[in-house]
Design a protein around this ligand. Structure first.
Ligand code: F6P
Length: 339
């Protein structure tokens, strides 16, 4: 990939000479994060920098949990799920005093720039670090939810939907054997990307997503249409929404009001684990290396993204505040194919 072809949307510049780069993973882990860490380390060393791994996300940054990495430190990790430098959710980092402490830790360890791999919470923290201290930061989107504005795909999404699909295929076997109705709940918090792709790919009879709320009455009508044409088993894919377990409420209502008995299967954190797919490994490798190169090229406060086939940079604030919407055509396709 040629860096001249990168589209940079209103990305700001820093003036620091970067010799040492810190890298951390933060928020929910995602398959492919290791491939991104590897790319940051190897690209950093390739361009003549030292690279420091920061353990446990922003919590480790506050505790000063650092380790210098060499080429071998990241050998044999590209195929591994999780993150070798661990991750955390760190509420302290919402406070300015803690971010000041984090900045002091970075400077005292001789680190000149930070690559933060994670989702919107991670980017908000990195953006504030930049605006408050002028410390160069880059965000790499690593989250199974695929909810970052400015990129078609986030690291981990492809692996998560493939895990979801395998589960649906297996549930379909037992649903068919017992003539049962299943509600399979997938992750994604407030975003329906995972549910949409798993639902379409898994041939779901109904896909419930936050972006296009469907009443239980409609879901029941959909089930009835299937029954009328002789269907004996059905799979409904449901996005979890803000709190896991929403499917139980739907199952209860389906039983009470419409007499349909549904089994619930919550895939939960299984979607966050496992070996990353080829696509996630490639996307993570491209984005990790791109973050390093762009930081060294004088850019800061950006998230690496991919738009179609083109690499691009968008500002961190836009990446977190922009609303990435599910394509209406895809929502319609889910409905057409389920009828
Ligand atoms: O953001 C990734 C994600 O896996 C969401 O899909 C899910 O709602 C959330 O994290 C779960 O977070 P935790 O592992 O902290 O319970």
């Amino acid at each position: 990939m040629n860096s001249n072809k990168i589209i940079r949307h209103k990305v700001v510049r820093h003036k620091r000479k970067i010799k040492t780069i810190g890298v951390l993973t933060s928020g929910g882990d995602a398959p492919g994060m290791n491939a991104a860490i590897r790319a940051v380390v190897r690209a950093g060393i390739y361009y003549g920098c030292r690279v420091i791994g920061i353990y446990k996300g922003y919590a480790g940054l506050l505790e000063g949990h650092f380790e210098e990495f060499n080429l071998s430190s990241v050998a044999n990790i590209i195929q591994r799920g999780g993150t070798i430098i661990k991750s955390s959710r760190c509420p302290e980092f919402h406070k300015k005093s803690y971010r000041k402490q984090a900045h002091q830790n970075l400077v005292s360890h001789g680190i000149d720039a930070l690559v933060a791999i994670g989702g919107d919470g991670t980017f908000r923290g990195a953006h504030l670090l930049w605006t408050e201290t002028g410390f160069p930061v880059a965000g790499v989107p690593g989250t199974i939810d695929n909810d970052c504005w400015g990129t078609d795909i986030t690291i981990g999404f492809d692996s998560a939907i493939n895990t979801g699909l395998r589960a649906i295929d297996q549930i379909r076997d037992t649903a068919g054997s017992h003539d049962r109705l299943f509600i399979v709940e997938v992750m994604g918090r407030n975003s329906g990307y995972i549910a949409m792709d798993v639902g379409i790919g898994g041939g779901a009879d109904s896909i419930i997503i936050p972006e296009d709320p469907s009443s239980v009455k409609n879901i029941a009508a959909q089930i009835q249409r299937g029954v009328n044409r002789g269907k004996t088993s059905s799979i409904i894919v449901c996005a979890e929404g803000p709190v896991q377990g929403k499917s139980y409420a739907i199952a209860n209502e389906l039983k009470k009001k419409y007499g349909y008995k549904a089994r619930v299967c919550i895939l939960g954190h299984t979607q966050r684990g496992g070996s990353p797919t080829a696509r996630d490994r490639k996307v993570a490798s491209i984005m990790g290396a791109m973050a390093v190169r762009e930081l060294l090229g004088g850019y800061s406060d950006f998230m690496t993204g991919i738009d179609g086939l083109r690499p691009q940079l968008v500002s961190l604030i836009k990446a977190t505040e922009g609303k990435k919407t599910l394509h209406q055509d895809l929502i319609l396709l889910g409905k057409i194919l389920a009828t």
